[in-house]
Design a protein around this ligand. Structure first.
Ligand code: KG4
Ligand code: ZN
Length: 351
């Protein structure tokens, strides 16, 4: 089965073709980072317009690389939520129109289910259900108990900022670029441990929720007091702050993940979403899962952040199981992952 994936939930246009027989995945990604940079954040109207302009040319490019035209497509998956509603509707309209013209099924996919299933695309060892999933991105930080495909229970989530959002905000305070995660992480490599000490949020509280806004305020105060002393922050001070911030986030995520594995008596931990690209986090969670007698699973590095491949794959799994939806073009800006059902049950009610 050959399934197209179309991801347009935020500021990346991701298009992919997954061939379930050969296992081949072709992908194209267009990032809108430069488009939004002058505005200091994603401008929803510009995002939707850009998705409309980019999607079909990227798809044509991809199909010619894969060899064969649109006739080879067996199904089309698109991100139906959560995300920016205009951006989602742009992808939904294109996907549904294409499906109608080709007389093939289209299926709306939950963006976070796409992230959650991305580790199944890694070469080598793949996680089996049930597992615990840490989903950490720019908009979400959640601990999920995944009993089987489409059956998800919420164990905990952030009560304020998402982990990726905290990286982005700290980067902005330090005058670094967007997205902040990769920049902060790169600078942290030259940081000296021990110069600063930031709190590990929520670790002394029971339960599996996260919070990052207190840590963010602590960093803001640290930057203010350092600037008072020296007018501007030197490179080493910025690196030292990045290191301590990154370590605090990683510690907090690791402590909660360990607690979740123990609480659910599950040895497998899946980590997905943009923050799962973080090297320190990958290392720490791998060590922790081993100590707990289990294993940690991550997406391949290029599939941690938003992409079409995870949507193509999630769509393939649902379409191949017989899931079908009506033809209406719809999307949801907000959509709890726990509302999903395993693919054999009727799906239209979810959108
Ligand atoms: O999953 P994603 O591409 O988009 C959303 O669905 O939000 O995640 C983007 C987020 C951004 O906040 C970005 O700063 C963060 O993931 N991120 C990272 C790293 N790479 C991306 N955070 C920490 N370390 C990284 N290496
Ligand atoms: Zn995402």
């Amino acid at each position: 089965m050959k399934v197209i994936g179309i991801e347009t939930s935020c500021d990346e246009t991701g298009i992919a073709l997954y061939d379930s027989v050969s296992g081949a995945m072709f992908q194209r990604l267009h990032s809108q980072i430069k488009l939004h940079a002058p505005f200091g954040g994603v401008v929803p109207e510009l995002a939707s317009r850009n998705h409309i302009q980019r999607t079909l040319p990227l798809l044509d490019e991809l199909l010619s690389e894969a060899g064969g035209g649109k006739g080879q497509i067996d199904g089309i998956a698109y991100t139906a939520g959560p995300g920016l509603i205009g951006a989602l509707l742009a992808g939904a309209a294109i996907a549904r129109s294409l499906a109608w013209a080709l007389n093939r099924p289209a299926i709306g996919i939950h963006h976070m289910e796409g992230h959650l299933l991305a580790p199944l695309l890694a070469a080598g060892d793949k996680p089996e259900f049930p597992f615990i999933a840490l989903l950490a991105s720019g908009g979400h930080t959640q601990l999920i108990q995944a009993d089987r495909h489409g059956c998800y229970q919420m164990l905990g989530q952030t009560v304020d900022d998402a982990a990726g959002e905290a990286f982005d905000k700290i980067a902005k305070m330090l005058g670094l670029g967007y997205p902040g995660g990769p920049e902060v992480s790169r600078l942290a490599e030259t940081g000296q441990p021990g110069r600063f000490k930031f709190p590990r949020p929520m670790v002394n509280r029971k339960g599996l929720d996260f919070s990052f806004s207190g840590l963010k305020t602590f960093v803001r105060n640290t930057i203010a007091s350092q600037t008072e002393k020296a007018q501007t922050l030197d490179r080493q001070t910025i690196a030292d702050i990045c290191l301590e911030f990154e370590t605090a986030v990683v510690d907090s995520l690791t402590i909660k993940c360990r607690r979740a594995l123990r609480q659910c008596n599950t040895p497998r931990l899946v980590i997905a979403g943009g923050v799962s690209a973080n090297r320190r986090l990958r290392q720490k969670l791998t060590e922790m899962a081993l100590q707990e007698g289990g294993a940690a699973y991550f997406p391949p590095p290029d599939l941690c952040t938003d992409n079409g491949a995870m949507i193509a794959y999630a769509g393939y799994l649902r379409l191949a199981s017989g899931a079908r939806q009506g033809n209406e073009i719809s999307a949801r800006a907000r959509w709890p992952l726990t509302e999903l059902r395993p693919p054999r049950q009727p799906e239209t009610e979810h959108l």
